[in-house]
Design a protein around this ligand. Structure first.
Ligand SMILES: [Zn+2]
Length: 250
């Protein structure tokens, strides 16, 4: 790290748990963020400001006026532009010393697999079950830790699915692919603006912890927030031996 980097990251370097060694791990890391919307915005903000060396931001959508209530990466001037490109612009303004790759694509199959394989940690910040399951499959296949977040109305959920641990569940152990879950999205249900900030920031915290290798992750726990009462709760999530995604993977 040069003098400018030592200054920029000094408040992290001051933490015994991170120090110079941890900051160097962050600079060497590559985080893949699926979705540059409500959850992806705060997550990407903190990962970029904290010095994650490479961030790939994937979103096939464009900025809409209805997004601006909560998707804080984007601005009024950028309505109509690609969310990935808008996000890249914001992140580079905060931290021009990192690399941000913007992909305006809906990724799946071999393309998704390749992106996941090259990532240190993956953040699922999307809004539909088809993508969530595709991202989970790629993370299980490549043993890359997945930080999953969801927010709708006043309800938020966060968990980590870390297949580097043979006992840890995957996303599909909790939400089986063959089970019918109705996609509920903010477009029809509404969402409390700061809720996505809380959930997305928590995803960033889990990603940073996983990269540096500190503390205890949310693997095996589903953390839930009811923002009406601001009550947090968590339940244990066990690996399902019959899971069609990770059951044969071990
Ligand atoms: Zn599983």
């Amino acid at each position: 790290m040069n003098d400018q980097q030592l200054l920029r990251y000094s408040r992290h370097i001051l933490l015994d748990e991170i120090d110079i060694e941890g900051q160097e791990k962050l600079l060497a890391a590559h985080v893949l963020i699926i979705g540059a919307g409500g959850l992806g915005s705060p997550a990407a903000f903190y990962l970029a400001s904290a010095g994650v060396g490479t961030i790939t931001l994937v979103d096939d959508d464009t900025v809409d006026l209805t997004n601006l209530q909560r998707q804080i990466l984007h601005t009024t001037q950028r309505v109509g532009l690609s969310k990935a490109a808008s996000g890249k612009q914001t992140l580079e303004e905060i931290n021009p010393t990192i690399k941000v790759v913007a992909l305006q694509e809906r990724v799946s199959g071999a393309r998704l697999d390749e992106l996941v394989r090259n990532a240190t940690v993956v953040l699922d910040c999307c809004d539909n079950f088809a993508t969530r399951h595709a991202v989970n499959r790629a993370c299980v296949a490549n043993r890359v830790p997945l930080v999953s977040g969801a927010a709708i109305k006043f309800d938020g959920q966060i968990s980590v699915f870390d297949q580097r641990d043979a006992q840890a569940p995957c996303y599909s152990c909790l939400f089986p692919e063959d089970q019918e879950f109705e996609d509920v999205n903010c477009g029809t249900m509404g969402v409390f603006a700061p809720l996505v900030g809380i959930v997305g920031s928590t995803q960033a915290a889990e990603a940073l912890k996983l990269i540096v290798g500190i503390g205890q992750s949310l693997a095996g726990r589903l953390l839930m927030l009811d923002a009406r009462t601001m009550e947090w709760s968590s339940i244990k999530v066990k690996r399902n031996a019959k899971c069609v995604v990770c059951g044969q993977a071990h």
